[in-house]
Design a protein around this ligand. Structure first.
Ligand code: ADP
Length: 458
Protein backbone atom coordinates (compact mmCIF):
# COMPACT_ATOMS: atom_id res chain seq x y z
CA UNK A 1 0.00 0.00 0.00
CA UNK A 2 1.51 3.37 -0.94
CA UNK A 3 1.68 6.33 1.42
CA UNK A 4 -1.16 8.15 -0.29
CA UNK A 5 -3.49 5.18 0.08
CA UNK A 6 -2.43 4.66 3.69
CA UNK A 7 -3.23 8.27 4.61
CA UNK A 8 -6.50 8.21 2.69
CA UNK A 9 -7.55 5.04 4.46
CA UNK A 10 -6.59 6.47 7.86
CA UNK A 11 -8.52 9.63 7.06
CA UNK A 12 -11.60 7.63 6.06
CA UNK A 13 -11.36 5.55 9.23
CA UNK A 14 -10.97 8.66 11.38
CA UNK A 15 -13.93 10.34 9.62
CA UNK A 16 -16.08 7.24 10.18
CA UNK A 17 -15.19 7.17 13.86
CA UNK A 18 -15.94 10.87 14.24
CA UNK A 19 -19.23 10.49 12.39
CA UNK A 20 -20.18 7.35 14.36
CA UNK A 21 -19.50 8.91 17.73
CA UNK A 22 -21.25 12.15 16.76
CA UNK A 23 -24.21 10.20 15.36
CA UNK A 24 -24.63 8.31 18.64
CA UNK A 25 -24.33 11.53 20.68
CA UNK A 26 -26.75 13.39 18.39
CA UNK A 27 -29.28 10.56 18.36
CA UNK A 28 -29.20 10.20 22.13
CA UNK A 29 -29.49 13.96 22.64
CA UNK A 30 -32.30 14.14 20.05
CA UNK A 31 -34.18 11.32 21.68
CA UNK A 32 -33.78 12.85 25.16
CA UNK A 33 -34.93 16.23 23.85
CA UNK A 34 -37.92 14.62 22.19
CA UNK A 35 -38.86 12.78 25.40
CA UNK A 36 -38.44 15.97 27.45
CA UNK A 37 -40.61 17.99 25.04
CA UNK A 38 -43.40 15.39 24.93
CA UNK A 39 -43.25 15.00 28.70
CA UNK A 40 -43.43 18.74 29.32
CA UNK A 41 -46.45 19.08 27.00
CA UNK A 42 -48.11 16.18 28.78
CA UNK A 43 -47.46 17.64 32.23
CA UNK A 44 -48.72 21.08 31.10
CA UNK A 45 -51.87 19.49 29.72
CA UNK A 46 -52.54 17.57 32.95
CA UNK A 47 -52.05 20.76 34.97
CA UNK A 48 -54.54 22.54 32.75
CA UNK A 49 -57.11 19.73 33.20
CA UNK A 50 -56.58 19.80 36.96
CA UNK A 51 -56.97 23.54 37.07
CA UNK A 52 -60.23 23.46 35.05
CA UNK A 53 -61.50 20.57 37.16
CA UNK A 54 -60.70 22.53 40.33
CA UNK A 55 -62.51 25.65 39.11
CA UNK A 56 -65.60 23.69 38.05
CA UNK A 57 -65.54 21.71 41.28
CA UNK A 58 -65.49 24.87 43.40
CA UNK A 59 -68.29 26.43 41.35
CA UNK A 60 -70.48 23.36 41.35
CA UNK A 61 -70.24 22.16 44.94
CA UNK A 62 -72.32 24.94 46.64
CA UNK A 63 -75.16 24.37 44.15
CA UNK A 64 -75.43 20.59 44.30
CA UNK A 65 -78.76 19.17 45.52
CA UNK A 66 -78.76 16.73 48.43
CA UNK A 67 -81.50 14.51 46.94
CA UNK A 68 -81.11 11.27 45.15
CA UNK A 69 -82.68 12.50 41.91
CA UNK A 70 -80.76 15.59 40.88
CA UNK A 71 -82.13 15.75 37.33
CA UNK A 72 -84.12 18.94 37.76
CA UNK A 73 -81.37 20.76 39.62
CA UNK A 74 -78.72 19.61 37.20
CA UNK A 75 -80.84 20.83 34.31
CA UNK A 76 -81.03 24.20 36.02
CA UNK A 77 -77.37 24.60 37.06
CA UNK A 78 -75.76 22.83 34.13
CA UNK A 79 -78.17 23.47 31.26
CA UNK A 80 -75.47 22.78 28.70
CA UNK A 81 -75.04 19.18 29.83
CA UNK A 82 -76.98 16.26 28.45
CA UNK A 83 -78.73 14.24 31.12
CA UNK A 84 -78.24 10.50 31.04
CA UNK A 85 -81.22 8.74 29.43
CA UNK A 86 -82.77 12.01 28.14
CA UNK A 87 -82.59 13.81 24.79
CA UNK A 88 -79.59 16.11 24.62
CA UNK A 89 -80.18 19.84 24.46
CA UNK A 90 -77.13 21.87 23.45
CA UNK A 91 -76.92 25.22 25.20
CA UNK A 92 -73.37 25.91 26.26
CA UNK A 93 -72.85 28.28 29.11
CA UNK A 94 -71.09 26.97 32.18
CA UNK A 95 -68.36 24.88 30.55
CA UNK A 96 -67.78 27.71 28.17
CA UNK A 97 -67.52 30.13 31.09
CA UNK A 98 -64.85 28.05 32.77
CA UNK A 99 -62.92 26.93 29.75
CA UNK A 100 -63.02 30.08 27.66
CA UNK A 101 -59.69 31.82 27.78
CA UNK A 102 -57.94 28.64 28.74
CA UNK A 103 -58.56 26.56 25.72
CA UNK A 104 -61.02 25.69 23.04
CA UNK A 105 -64.08 24.29 24.84
CA UNK A 106 -64.57 21.66 22.17
CA UNK A 107 -61.37 20.14 23.48
CA UNK A 108 -62.93 19.50 26.86
CA UNK A 109 -65.58 17.06 27.96
CA UNK A 110 -67.36 16.95 31.27
CA UNK A 111 -69.22 14.10 32.96
CA UNK A 112 -71.03 13.88 36.27
CA UNK A 113 -71.57 10.64 38.18
CA UNK A 114 -73.54 9.96 41.32
CA UNK A 115 -71.83 8.50 44.38
CA UNK A 116 -72.51 4.99 43.06
CA UNK A 117 -70.61 5.82 39.89
CA UNK A 118 -73.70 5.98 37.66
CA UNK A 119 -73.52 8.53 34.85
CA UNK A 120 -75.86 11.51 35.49
CA UNK A 121 -74.85 14.05 32.90
CA UNK A 122 -72.31 14.60 30.16
CA UNK A 123 -71.30 17.43 27.88
CA UNK A 124 -72.82 17.37 24.40
CA UNK A 125 -69.49 17.49 22.59
CA UNK A 126 -68.61 14.21 24.29
CA UNK A 127 -69.42 11.36 21.97
CA UNK A 128 -71.13 8.34 23.55
CA UNK A 129 -68.54 6.78 25.78
CA UNK A 130 -67.47 3.24 26.07
CA UNK A 131 -67.23 3.72 29.79
CA UNK A 132 -70.65 4.61 31.02
CA UNK A 133 -69.59 3.55 34.50
CA UNK A 134 -67.02 5.40 36.58
CA UNK A 135 -63.48 4.04 36.65
CA UNK A 136 -61.57 3.89 39.92
CA UNK A 137 -58.38 5.81 38.95
CA UNK A 138 -58.30 9.59 39.15
CA UNK A 139 -56.25 9.84 35.89
CA UNK A 140 -57.23 7.83 32.85
CA UNK A 141 -56.68 7.81 29.13
CA UNK A 142 -59.83 6.66 27.36
CA UNK A 143 -60.93 6.31 23.79
CA UNK A 144 -64.39 7.21 22.56
CA UNK A 145 -66.25 5.02 20.10
CA UNK A 146 -65.33 7.33 17.23
CA UNK A 147 -61.67 6.76 18.05
CA UNK A 148 -60.90 10.06 19.80
CA UNK A 149 -58.58 9.72 22.76
CA UNK A 150 -59.20 11.67 25.95
CA UNK A 151 -57.13 12.24 29.03
CA UNK A 152 -59.49 12.58 31.92
CA UNK A 153 -59.37 13.51 35.55
CA UNK A 154 -61.93 12.52 38.18
CA UNK A 155 -62.57 14.41 41.36
CA UNK A 156 -65.08 13.84 44.18
CA UNK A 157 -67.98 16.27 44.62
CA UNK A 158 -69.57 16.99 48.02
CA UNK A 159 -72.87 18.81 48.01
CA UNK A 160 -73.65 21.61 50.45
CA UNK A 161 -76.87 19.70 51.38
CA UNK A 162 -74.95 16.51 52.08
CA UNK A 163 -73.12 18.08 55.02
CA UNK A 164 -74.13 16.20 58.11
CA UNK A 165 -74.21 17.62 61.58
CA UNK A 166 -71.18 16.87 63.68
CA UNK A 167 -71.27 13.46 65.35
CA UNK A 168 -73.55 11.83 62.73
CA UNK A 169 -72.17 9.59 60.02
CA UNK A 170 -73.34 9.62 56.46
CA UNK A 171 -73.87 6.51 54.38
CA UNK A 172 -72.72 8.52 51.29
CA UNK A 173 -69.85 10.82 52.19
CA UNK A 174 -69.75 12.21 48.65
CA UNK A 175 -72.43 13.57 46.39
CA UNK A 176 -70.77 12.13 43.27
CA UNK A 177 -67.91 12.59 40.88
CA UNK A 178 -66.90 15.21 38.39
CA UNK A 179 -64.88 14.07 35.42
CA UNK A 180 -63.02 16.44 33.09
CA UNK A 181 -61.55 15.05 29.92
CA UNK A 182 -59.36 16.70 27.36
CA UNK A 183 -59.06 15.54 23.80
CA UNK A 184 -55.55 14.23 23.08
CA UNK A 185 -55.72 14.93 19.36
CA UNK A 186 -53.92 18.35 19.48
CA UNK A 187 -51.25 16.89 21.78
CA UNK A 188 -50.85 13.90 19.47
CA UNK A 189 -50.60 16.28 16.50
CA UNK A 190 -47.93 18.27 18.35
CA UNK A 191 -46.06 15.05 19.16
CA UNK A 192 -46.25 14.01 15.50
CA UNK A 193 -44.94 17.44 14.49
CA UNK A 194 -41.97 17.04 16.87
CA UNK A 195 -41.38 13.53 15.54
CA UNK A 196 -41.36 14.87 11.98
CA UNK A 197 -38.97 17.63 12.94
CA UNK A 198 -36.59 15.05 14.38
CA UNK A 199 -37.16 12.62 11.53
CA UNK A 200 -36.13 15.28 9.00
CA UNK A 201 -33.67 17.20 11.18
CA UNK A 202 -31.68 14.24 12.46
CA UNK A 203 -30.67 12.81 9.05
CA UNK A 204 -29.83 16.34 7.91
CA UNK A 205 -27.69 16.88 11.00
CA UNK A 206 -26.08 13.48 10.47
CA UNK A 207 -25.31 14.42 6.87
CA UNK A 208 -23.62 17.59 8.11
CA UNK A 209 -21.76 15.54 10.73
CA UNK A 210 -20.45 13.18 8.04
CA UNK A 211 -19.31 16.09 5.86
CA UNK A 212 -17.68 17.93 8.75
CA UNK A 213 -16.08 14.68 9.97
CA UNK A 214 -14.45 14.23 6.61
CA UNK A 215 -13.20 17.82 6.66
CA UNK A 216 -12.03 17.59 10.30
CA UNK A 217 -10.24 14.30 9.74
CA UNK A 218 -8.48 15.95 6.79
CA UNK A 219 -7.38 18.77 9.10
CA UNK A 220 -6.24 16.28 11.74
CA UNK A 221 -4.26 14.26 9.21
CA UNK A 222 -2.53 17.29 7.72
CA UNK A 223 0.18 17.77 10.38
CA UNK A 224 0.77 14.01 10.50
CA UNK A 225 1.11 13.91 6.72
CA UNK A 226 3.46 16.90 6.76
CA UNK A 227 5.55 15.41 9.54
CA UNK A 228 5.66 12.10 7.64
CA UNK A 229 6.84 13.88 4.51
CA UNK A 230 9.46 15.80 6.51
CA UNK A 231 10.61 12.54 8.01
CA UNK A 232 10.90 10.99 4.56
CA UNK A 233 12.77 14.03 3.31
CA UNK A 234 15.05 13.86 6.34
CA UNK A 235 15.82 10.16 5.71
CA UNK A 236 16.55 10.88 2.05
CA UNK A 237 18.81 13.82 2.99
CA UNK A 238 20.60 11.84 5.69
CA UNK A 239 21.19 8.96 3.26
CA UNK A 240 22.51 11.43 0.70
CA UNK A 241 24.82 13.09 3.23
CA UNK A 242 26.15 9.73 4.39
CA UNK A 243 26.65 8.45 0.87
CA UNK A 244 29.14 11.11 -0.26
CA UNK A 245 31.84 10.61 2.41
CA UNK A 246 31.25 6.86 2.36
CA UNK A 247 31.68 6.70 -1.42
CA UNK A 248 34.84 8.80 -1.23
CA UNK A 249 36.17 6.61 1.58
CA UNK A 250 35.52 3.40 -0.36
CA UNK A 251 37.05 4.82 -3.52
CA UNK A 252 40.22 5.72 -1.64
CA UNK A 253 40.49 2.27 -0.06
CA UNK A 254 39.84 0.56 -3.41
CA UNK A 255 42.48 2.69 -5.10
CA UNK A 256 45.02 1.81 -2.40
CA UNK A 257 44.26 -1.90 -2.78
CA UNK A 258 44.44 -1.78 -6.56
CA UNK A 259 47.90 -0.23 -6.56
CA UNK A 260 49.93 -2.52 -4.29
CA UNK A 261 53.27 -0.84 -4.99
CA UNK A 262 52.22 2.60 -3.68
CA UNK A 263 54.90 4.63 -2.03
CA UNK A 264 54.62 5.18 1.75
CA UNK A 265 53.92 8.86 1.03
CA UNK A 266 50.99 7.98 -1.25
CA UNK A 267 49.65 5.57 1.33
CA UNK A 268 49.97 8.31 3.96
CA UNK A 269 47.95 10.73 1.78
CA UNK A 270 45.26 8.13 1.16
CA UNK A 271 45.04 7.31 4.85
CA UNK A 272 44.61 10.99 5.60
CA UNK A 273 41.71 11.10 3.15
CA UNK A 274 40.19 8.02 4.77
CA UNK A 275 40.59 9.61 8.21
CA UNK A 276 39.01 12.89 7.04
CA UNK A 277 36.02 11.17 5.50
CA UNK A 278 35.71 8.89 8.54
CA UNK A 279 35.65 11.91 10.83
CA UNK A 280 33.07 13.58 8.63
CA UNK A 281 30.90 10.50 8.84
CA UNK A 282 31.34 10.23 12.57
CA UNK A 283 30.53 13.95 12.97
CA UNK A 284 27.41 13.57 10.88
CA UNK A 285 26.22 10.50 12.76
CA UNK A 286 26.79 12.08 16.17
CA UNK A 287 24.88 15.20 15.02
CA UNK A 288 22.01 13.02 13.85
CA UNK A 289 21.98 11.12 17.13
CA UNK A 290 22.03 14.37 19.10
CA UNK A 291 19.11 15.75 17.10
CA UNK A 292 17.13 12.56 17.64
CA UNK A 293 17.79 12.54 21.38
CA UNK A 294 16.82 16.23 21.59
CA UNK A 295 13.57 15.56 19.76
CA UNK A 296 12.78 12.53 21.85
CA UNK A 297 13.45 14.61 24.96
CA UNK A 298 15.57 11.77 26.28
CA UNK A 299 18.31 13.75 27.98
CA UNK A 300 19.43 11.79 31.03
CA UNK A 301 20.61 14.92 32.88
CA UNK A 302 18.11 17.11 34.71
CA UNK A 303 18.34 20.89 34.27
CA UNK A 304 20.70 22.74 36.58
CA UNK A 305 21.98 26.28 37.14
CA UNK A 306 24.28 27.42 34.32
CA UNK A 307 26.38 30.56 34.50
CA UNK A 308 26.24 32.15 31.08
CA UNK A 309 29.24 34.44 31.82
CA UNK A 310 31.49 31.38 32.30
CA UNK A 311 29.99 29.65 29.28
CA UNK A 312 30.75 32.55 26.97
CA UNK A 313 34.27 33.18 28.33
CA UNK A 314 35.14 29.48 27.99
CA UNK A 315 33.82 29.17 24.47
CA UNK A 316 35.46 32.37 23.23
CA UNK A 317 38.75 31.14 24.63
CA UNK A 318 38.24 27.75 22.97
CA UNK A 319 37.59 29.30 19.56
CA UNK A 320 40.45 31.82 19.73
CA UNK A 321 42.82 29.42 18.01
CA UNK A 322 40.45 28.71 15.13
CA UNK A 323 39.79 32.44 14.76
CA UNK A 324 43.50 33.12 14.71
CA UNK A 325 44.02 30.56 11.93
CA UNK A 326 41.47 32.35 9.76
CA UNK A 327 42.82 35.72 10.85
CA UNK A 328 39.62 36.79 12.56
CA UNK A 329 39.19 39.10 15.49
CA UNK A 330 37.10 37.15 18.04
CA UNK A 331 36.05 39.09 21.17
CA UNK A 332 33.42 38.80 23.87
CA UNK A 333 31.50 41.19 26.15
CA UNK A 334 29.97 39.96 29.39
CA UNK A 335 28.43 41.93 32.26
CA UNK A 336 30.02 42.09 35.73
CA UNK A 337 26.92 40.53 37.25
CA UNK A 338 26.71 36.78 36.77
CA UNK A 339 23.68 35.66 34.76
CA UNK A 340 22.23 32.23 35.44
CA UNK A 341 19.74 30.16 33.52
CA UNK A 342 18.24 26.76 34.18
CA UNK A 343 19.35 24.23 31.62
CA UNK A 344 21.58 21.44 30.45
CA UNK A 345 25.08 22.91 30.46
CA UNK A 346 26.59 20.72 27.75
CA UNK A 347 23.63 21.43 25.45
CA UNK A 348 23.91 25.17 26.05
CA UNK A 349 27.63 24.95 25.28
CA UNK A 350 26.71 23.19 22.06
CA UNK A 351 24.17 25.85 21.15
CA UNK A 352 26.57 28.78 21.54
CA UNK A 353 29.53 26.91 20.08
CA UNK A 354 27.55 26.11 16.91
CA UNK A 355 26.77 29.80 16.51
CA UNK A 356 30.38 30.89 17.09
CA UNK A 357 31.68 28.17 14.73
CA UNK A 358 29.29 29.35 12.00
CA UNK A 359 30.26 32.97 12.55
CA UNK A 360 33.94 32.01 12.11
CA UNK A 361 33.28 29.76 9.09
CA UNK A 362 31.17 32.29 7.24
CA UNK A 363 33.32 35.36 7.90
CA UNK A 364 36.16 36.07 5.50
CA UNK A 365 39.73 36.65 6.72
CA UNK A 366 40.23 39.82 8.69
CA UNK A 367 36.61 40.03 9.84
CA UNK A 368 35.24 40.46 13.36
CA UNK A 369 33.19 38.14 15.52
CA UNK A 370 31.70 39.49 18.73
CA UNK A 371 29.98 37.30 21.33
CA UNK A 372 28.09 39.31 23.95
CA UNK A 373 25.88 38.66 26.93
CA UNK A 374 23.34 41.18 28.26
CA UNK A 375 20.29 41.14 30.52
CA UNK A 376 16.92 42.77 29.92
CA UNK A 377 14.26 42.45 32.61
CA UNK A 378 14.41 38.77 33.51
CA UNK A 379 15.83 37.68 30.14
CA UNK A 380 19.42 36.81 29.32
CA UNK A 381 20.41 37.72 25.75
CA UNK A 382 23.33 36.08 23.98
CA UNK A 383 24.36 37.66 20.65
CA UNK A 384 26.84 36.29 18.16
CA UNK A 385 27.66 38.98 15.65
CA UNK A 386 29.92 38.68 12.65
CA UNK A 387 30.96 40.79 9.70
CA UNK A 388 30.75 37.84 7.32
CA UNK A 389 29.00 36.94 4.09
CA UNK A 390 25.50 37.40 5.52
CA UNK A 391 22.33 35.51 4.64
CA UNK A 392 19.79 36.53 2.00
CA UNK A 393 16.30 37.31 3.41
CA UNK A 394 14.71 34.36 1.55
CA UNK A 395 17.19 31.93 3.09
CA UNK A 396 16.85 33.32 6.63
CA UNK A 397 13.60 31.39 7.18
CA UNK A 398 15.15 28.13 6.03
CA UNK A 399 18.58 28.02 7.65
CA UNK A 400 17.16 26.25 10.73
CA UNK A 401 15.91 23.36 8.60
CA UNK A 402 17.92 20.16 8.73
CA UNK A 403 20.52 19.85 5.99
CA UNK A 404 19.63 23.24 4.52
CA UNK A 405 22.64 25.15 3.29
CA UNK A 406 22.66 28.49 1.52
CA UNK A 407 25.75 27.52 -0.43
CA UNK A 408 26.29 23.76 -0.30
CA UNK A 409 29.83 23.79 -1.69
CA UNK A 410 31.08 26.42 0.68
CA UNK A 411 29.37 24.79 3.64
CA UNK A 412 30.86 21.38 2.86
CA UNK A 413 34.32 22.92 2.56
CA UNK A 414 33.97 24.30 6.09
CA UNK A 415 33.08 20.78 7.26
CA UNK A 416 29.49 21.70 8.00
CA UNK A 417 26.91 18.94 8.11
CA UNK A 418 23.95 21.26 7.55
CA UNK A 419 22.62 20.29 10.99
CA UNK A 420 24.32 22.97 13.11
CA UNK A 421 21.42 25.44 13.25
CA UNK A 422 18.82 22.64 13.45
CA UNK A 423 20.62 21.53 16.64
CA UNK A 424 20.67 25.15 17.87
CA UNK A 425 16.92 25.39 17.31
CA UNK A 426 16.20 22.04 19.00
CA UNK A 427 18.27 22.95 22.08
CA UNK A 428 16.65 26.39 22.25
CA UNK A 429 13.17 24.85 22.09
CA UNK A 430 14.07 22.43 24.83
CA UNK A 431 15.15 25.37 27.01
CA UNK A 432 12.16 27.50 25.97
CA UNK A 433 14.54 29.98 24.44
CA UNK A 434 14.07 32.08 21.31
CA UNK A 435 16.59 32.21 18.48
CA UNK A 436 16.43 35.05 15.98
CA UNK A 437 18.60 36.02 13.08
CA UNK A 438 19.23 39.43 11.55
CA UNK A 439 21.42 39.50 8.54
CA UNK A 440 22.39 41.41 5.44
CA UNK A 441 24.27 39.92 2.53
CA UNK A 442 27.97 40.91 2.60
CA UNK A 443 27.41 42.96 5.75
CA UNK A 444 27.27 40.24 8.37
CA UNK A 445 24.84 38.38 10.60
CA UNK A 446 23.63 38.56 14.18
CA UNK A 447 22.20 35.50 15.93
CA UNK A 448 20.28 36.38 19.09
CA UNK A 449 19.31 33.87 21.77
CA UNK A 450 16.88 34.97 24.49
CA UNK A 451 16.43 32.86 27.62
CA UNK A 452 14.64 33.36 30.91
CA UNK A 453 17.02 33.87 33.83
CA UNK A 454 16.62 32.04 37.12
CA UNK A 455 16.19 33.83 40.43
CA UNK A 456 19.74 32.91 41.42
CA UNK A 457 21.11 35.14 38.69
CA UNK A 458 18.28 37.70 38.47
P1 ADP B 1 26.36 24.12 8.21
O1 ADP B 1 26.85 22.92 8.86
O2 ADP B 1 26.27 24.03 6.74
O3 ADP B 1 27.01 25.35 8.68
P2 ADP B 1 24.12 25.15 9.69
O4 ADP B 1 22.83 24.52 10.00
O5 ADP B 1 25.01 25.49 10.81
O6 ADP B 1 24.84 24.20 8.65
O7 ADP B 1 23.82 26.44 8.87
C1 ADP B 1 22.95 26.38 7.78
C2 ADP B 1 23.32 27.40 6.72
O8 ADP B 1 23.11 28.71 7.23
C3 ADP B 1 24.78 27.36 6.37
O9 ADP B 1 25.01 26.44 5.35
C4 ADP B 1 25.07 28.76 5.96
O10 ADP B 1 24.80 28.90 4.60
C5 ADP B 1 24.11 29.60 6.74
N1 ADP B 1 24.73 30.27 7.91
C6 ADP B 1 24.73 29.86 9.18
N2 ADP B 1 25.37 30.72 9.98
C7 ADP B 1 25.78 31.72 9.19
C8 ADP B 1 26.53 32.94 9.39
N3 ADP B 1 26.95 33.31 10.60
N4 ADP B 1 26.78 33.72 8.31
C9 ADP B 1 26.35 33.38 7.09
N5 ADP B 1 25.65 32.25 6.82
C10 ADP B 1 25.39 31.43 7.85
Amino acid sequence: MNTHQLFRRSRTRLALWYAGVMAVILSLSGFSLYRALVQSHWVAMEREIESIAGTLHDSLEPMLPAGEDPTAVLRRILPELCLAGQPCNVNPTLIQRHTTGISDRTLYAIRLFNHQGKLLAFSPNLPPQRFQMLQAESWQTVQSVNGLRYRQFTTILHSAGANHPAGTTSAHPSWGYLQIGRMLEPLDAETRRIQWTFAVGLPLALGLVVASSWWLSGLAMQPIYQSYQQQQQFTANAAHELRSPLASLLATVEATLRVPQSSPQEIQTMLHTVERQGRRLSHLISDLLLLTSLEQNSSPKPFGYCCLNDLISDLTEEFLELAAITNLHLTHQIPDRELYVLGNESQLYRLVSNLIANAIHYTPDGGDVLVSLTARDRTAIITVKDTGIGIAPAAQNRIFERFYRVDSDRSRKTGGTGLGLAIVQAIAQKHQAQVKVESQVDQGSVFIVEMAMTSLGA
